[in-house]
Design a protein around this ligand. Structure first.
Ligand code: HEC
Length: 258
């Protein structure tokens, strides 16, 4: 047995950022006043997904989609040998591969329906011109967005359950630690090495991601979140009313009575 370098640095950084941003997305989902942050976080997830999809096409061996051992035969064989200590799958096992693919697809659909809900229902973001009062009432897109995010939650549970049961059954491969270290214990040396193209691509995507966050930090009202509606500062319109009465009454904008 020996140590093999299975998960390259970009793969692990992607994983850590994906965990963080999915967590932030769920935490920011419930409050209206955090909606813009929620949208930015969603776009961040989208950048991560774009990276992961390219990484699955020309990344290192175990990150490639073609290394995902799906198929009925593989699943059957994996389940038949699941209690064996020595596992032949070095990257994702067949069940894990299904969960990975489902996670990528559901995350992508969650982002897309989020952008639709944000534009059509809220009049915000790149699809703000599609805003329609009819859909705002109906909350159709928000509903679909929530179905996908709930589905994603189910996949997270499946993913964690998979990792933990792997920890119990195949402890010696050190899969759990490999999330952080990148190293697994294998029979032969199965290490990956990034080529220069992969390194440049990963570096570029990382810079893009950080640049995206900085851009939103310095220009918080950019096209990704800007609204077709003008915000009205009631405080400057009628300060006394806001202070004395607005805790119970709504202040209508003065032009509504003109
Ligand atoms: C603590 C909550 C609260 C605050 C603060 C408050 N109101 Fe009210 N107001 C009410 C309630 C409750 C009613 C009764 C609504 C009803 O009868 O349907 C009401 C009724 C009214 C009405 C009568 C509306 C009608 O249809 O007859 C007026 C006018 C009004 N408020 C003005 C004000 C103004 C001006 C202020 C600020 C100085 C203010 N209110 C502050 C709770 C509040």
């Amino acid at each position: 047995m020996q140590k093999s370098y299975i998960w390259s640095l970009p793969t692990r950084v992607f994983h850590a950022l994906f965990v963080l941003f999915i967590l932030l997305a769920f935490l920011s989902a419930d409050e209206d006043r955090w909606l813009n942050y929620h949208a930015i976080i969603g776009y961040g997830v989208l950048i991560l997904l774009v990276f992961r999809i390219f990484w699955g096409i020309f990344g290192p061996k175990y990150s490639l989609f073609k290394d995902f051992s799906i198929g009925k035969q593989n699943v059957k064989e994996f389940l038949n040998n699941i209690f064996e200590d020595n596992q032949k799958y070095i990257g994702h096992n067949p069940l894990a591969s299904y969960v990975m693919i489902a996670m990528l697809i559901v995350a992508l659909l969650t982002v897309i329906t989020g952008v639709l809900a944000f534009g059509i229902q809220e009049g915000k973001g790149i699809l703000s011109s599609w805003n329609s009062p009819f859909f705002k009432e109906m909350e159709l897109f928000k509903g679909i967005h929530e179905i996908f995010s709930t589905l994603f939650l189910v996949l997270i549970v499946a993913h964690i359950a998979g990792v933990l049961s792997d920890r119990l059954l195949h402890k010696k491969h050190e899969t759990l630690n490999s999330i952080i270290t990148g190293y697994k214990i294998t029979n032969d040396n199965e290490s990956v090495k990034l080529n220069i193209f992969q390194k440049i691509f990963a570096f570029f995507m990382f810079i893009l991601f950080i640049g995206f966050l900085l851009f939103n930090f310095y220009k918080p009202n950019n096209i990704l979140v800007s609204s077709i509606y003008k915000t009205i500062d009631y405080q400057t319109q009628n300060e006394v009313f806001v202070n004395e009465c607005a805790s119970c009454h709504t202040l209508y904008p003065s032009h509504a009575f003109a």
